[in-house]
Design a protein around this ligand. Structure first.
Ligand code: B1M
Length: 232
């Protein structure tokens, strides 16, 4: 039996447990991640803290080794799967804040891009903040966004892209909104690791959101602004 097999997660202190979660995420151990999330919840950790410090923290390490060619797609998929296991436990807790209904959002990852962890996180946090969220999933062509906007008439359109090769597609969607004369009907928020403020401005988005917390704050600001304009 290896040393690893002897670890009893519940006997680790918080700091050791988070370190262990980084290792378990790296190794794609979904059940261990789920168990650790539950232990931290029992110890009174806020769901958002578990999400950011343990899960996103662990995924950052995975991302660095993926970039450096130490980890490959199959391992990263396992890590992503383990992360999703943890997120699944936290989702209802993040959504159950009893926040008053703030507005609505359609969100999706753009065409050619299958990364969805960040988008899912944004959706979860938005729901927790009282937004109704319609999640279009991954690999969305402009037609999918347009159909969803037409059907749901949300306050906000959110788009996610994780690849430098797919982020320009956000402009295709925004240009289509302009062409169809509906750009002003929606607040367009964009996000994803390779984006920045400048890119957001250049493609005509209302705002670039660095992370899920910023997305929530920005969405709230825009919705409040819209309500103020309507009541003025
Ligand atoms: Co991919 N991948 N990947 N990958 N992957 C990256 C993005 C990469 C940076 C890794 C690297 O090289 N370091 C690199 C992109 C390089 C580039 O474009 N410059 C890369 C690559 C190259 C690829 C492939 C091409 C690899 C290959 O096949 N050779 C391939 C592409 C597939 C495709 O999409 N067509 C690929 C595949 C995969 C997996 C399938 C294995 C897996 C995805 C699994 C899944 O999502 N279900 C995967 C993963 C997991 C990653 C990394 C490691 C982690 C991404 C992640 O989930 N982060 C990533 C490395 C990295 O980003 N450092 C990488 C955690 C998440 C919480 O953060 O997504 O940034 P993030 O979301 C944040 C913010 O960005 C923001 O809020 C979120 C929460 O705070 N945000 C928004 C995101 N979307 C938002 C939308 C908003 C607002 C805020 O709307 C309002």
């Amino acid at each position: 039996m290896s040393e690893e097999d002897d670890i009893i997660l519940s006997e680790l202190d918080d700091e050791e447990l988070v370190q262990q979660m980084f290792d378990d995420l790296y190794d794609g151990l979904k059940e261990e991640i789920e168990e650790s999330v539950n232990i931290l919840l029992e110890r009174g950790w806020e769901p958002y803290r578990i999400l950011t410090e343990a899960l996103v923290g662990g995924m950052t390490i995975v991302g660095a080794d993926f970039r450096d060619g130490i980890l490959f797609v199959p391992e990263v998929l396992l890590a992503a799967n383990a992360m999703k296991g943890g997120m699944f436990i936290l989702k209802p807790l993040l959504a159950e804040t009893g926040a008053p209904r703030m507005g609505s959002m359609v969100i999706g990852t753009v065409k050619g891009d299958i990364h969805d962890i960040g988008k899912n996180l944004v959706g979860m946090m938005m729901e927790g903040a009282g937004f109704e969220v319609v999640d279009l999933g991954i690999n969305n062509a402009v037609e999918a966004y347009m159909e969803a906007l037409e059907e749901h008439k949300p306050d906000i359109l959110g788009m996610s892209a994780l690849l430098t090769t797919t982020m320009p597609y956000m402009k295709v969607v925004i240009d289509t909104l302009v062409e169809q004369g509906v750009r002003d009907e929606y607040t367009v928020l964009v996000g994803g690791a390779p984006l920045n403020e400048e890119f957001g401005k250049a493609i005509g988005a209302d705002a670039y959101c660095r992370d899920a917390a910023v997305a929530v704050e920005t969405a709230k600001e825009y919705v409040a602004r819209k309500h103020n304009q309507m009541s003025a």
